[in-house]
Design a protein around this ligand. Sequence first.
Ligand code: SAM
Length: 197
Amino acid sequence: MKEQIIEMEHYAKEHNVPIIEKDSIAFILKFIKVNDVKEILELGSAIGYSAILMASVKDDVKITTIERDEARYMECLKNVKKCGLEKRIEVVYQDALEVNLSGVSYDLIFIDAAKGQYTKFFEKYKYFLKPGGVIITDNLKFHGHVGNRNQIASRNLKQLVGKIENYIDFLKNNDEFETKFYDVGDGLSVSIRKNDI
Ligand code: SAM
């Protein structure tokens, strides 16, 4: 398994596939262990790096992970099989905003897909949390751009950073969820329903 993980890290570097930072995944793996997380939904599989690591925490972890890019989806499937995790990781090839879930709920929903759509993902998937379940979002610092929008020249990048800043405000001002922000890796948040605290 360790070999597969290193192989994936090399592949990601070579093919310019963004994968989670080491500190961030370490934080999530610990969260899974400490809170006995079993059912996970991940938005944004890429090549399966984070899903495979999350599934490796313990044998009763089950993951559904969604990816809209065909090449990455195929690579993810390949990696999941190589690690013998196909019974515990289901890879869905679809846009996460178009997936129709029913009759399922999760202890942890990990948002790691298109940064401009974080609020939409949150609003769509919050209904699929188990009582006490959490939504973790990655990349809230966006490589130091968040909070420094005025220094960005590119219009598109500025817009994207604006959307992440709006998402952070949305979390801070949310009546339904309590969110804690962590200065770990590229910036993480953990949101839990206020009623569940
Ligand atoms: N979680 C992965 C890991 O750490 O190994 C990294 C995911 S990468 C940062 C984000 C991925 O989300 C990309 O592969 C991208 O194609 C996918 N993505 C972006 N928007 C999406 C959407 N709306 N639905 C499904 N996948 C999406």
